[in-house]
Design a protein around this ligand. Structure first.
Ligand code: NDP
Length: 255
């Protein structure tokens, strides 16, 4: 395991370590995005909750407020249909509301179908590539000026083991995660020497969420790690202590 991976999974920080930082999380209403949003708020961050289901975002908002966290912002947006100007409007809103953005977590994804490429439905292919690849490109592009204006901006992508080695039947999801690893590496290399922004990826590993249950319907969920138990690498890569880590793909649950 790399030194950066070891530091990421054993990371712990003070309760105010992210205080003053504004961090946007996609897919913040459920699963890993929800758990990371709560953890970020518990460490002082102002979290911008982006997702497609307003009620889920509101429930996370309410929980952060009830725990005494900084008031979050709601950003309801369907990444499957959002157009470039929607991302530009979001950037303007963040600029007007906060005047800054310190972190961006690309977490929202679609699983699509588990089926051979030969019979993969083209509509599902397009949806997965739109949400998992194109949307994160458009969102990154729109938010980069704000991130580059921050003292130490952070971008974190979410990858998967099937985005590093292809596996039969994982179709568009696997291909989209290879693209995600590629986007992370290209952006990290572009910014390495010209900006304090650091760009990395996390592979959460098997985690007890709706997506995992869909992918492995026969699995007993009780045997799978809870989202709240893998937040350490997210806090590390979205916070101030990872300035020397760039272009890394971190395993939250190394084998
Ligand atoms: P979930 O399906 O539980 O949550 C995904 C989140 O993304 C949901 O909040 C969902 O919103 C949101 N989302 C999906 N489509 C859109 C869209 N079109 N617009 C806006 N938001 C959208 O997934 P996980 O928490 O399991 O996964 C989080 C990340 O971790 C993903 O990138 C996934 O690929 C990755 N991952 C997960 C693993 C696991 O074992 N769970 C393993 C490896 C990687 P809504 O709630 O409204 O549907």
């Amino acid at each position: 395991m790399s030194d950066a991976n070891q530091r990421a999974i054993t990371y712990s920080c003070a309760a105010d370590a992210l205080s003053g930082r504004v961090i946007l999380v996609t897919g913040a209403g459920d699963g890993i995005g929800r758990a990371v949003s709560l953890a970020l708020a518990r460490h002082g961050a102002t979290v911008v909750l982006l997702g497609r289901t307003q009620e889920k975002l509101e429930a996370v908002y309410d929980q952060i407020k009830s725990e005494g966290g900084a008031e979050p912002a709601l950003a309801p947006l369907n990444l499957q249909v959002a157009r470039p100007q929607d991302y530009q409007e979001l950037a303007s809103l963040l600029d007007n509301e906060f005047g800054r953005l310190d972190g961006l977590l690309h977490n929202a994804s679609l699983l699509g179908e588990i089926t051979p490429l030969e019979s993969y439905p083209d509509g599902s292919w397009e949806s997965v590539m739109q949400v998992n690849v194109n949307a994160q490109f458009l969102l990154t592009q729109a938010l980069l000026p704000l991130l580059q204006a921050a003292d130490d901006g952070r971008v974190v992508f979410t990858t998967s083991s099937v985005g590093r080695k292809g596996r039969a039947f994982w179709g568009a999801y696997a291909v989209s995660k290879f693209a995600t690893e590629g986007m992370m590496q290209v952006l990290a290399d572009e910014l390495e020497n010209i900006s304090p922004v650091r760009v990395n990826a996390i592979n959460p590993g098997a985690t007890r969420t709706a997506m995992r249950a869909n992918a492995y319907p026969g699995e007993d969920p009780q045997t799978v790690t809870l989202p709240e138990d893998i937040v350490a690498p997210y806090l590390f890569l979205l916070g101030p202590d990872s300035a020397d880590v760039n272009g890394a793909s971190i395993d939250a649950q190394p084998k």
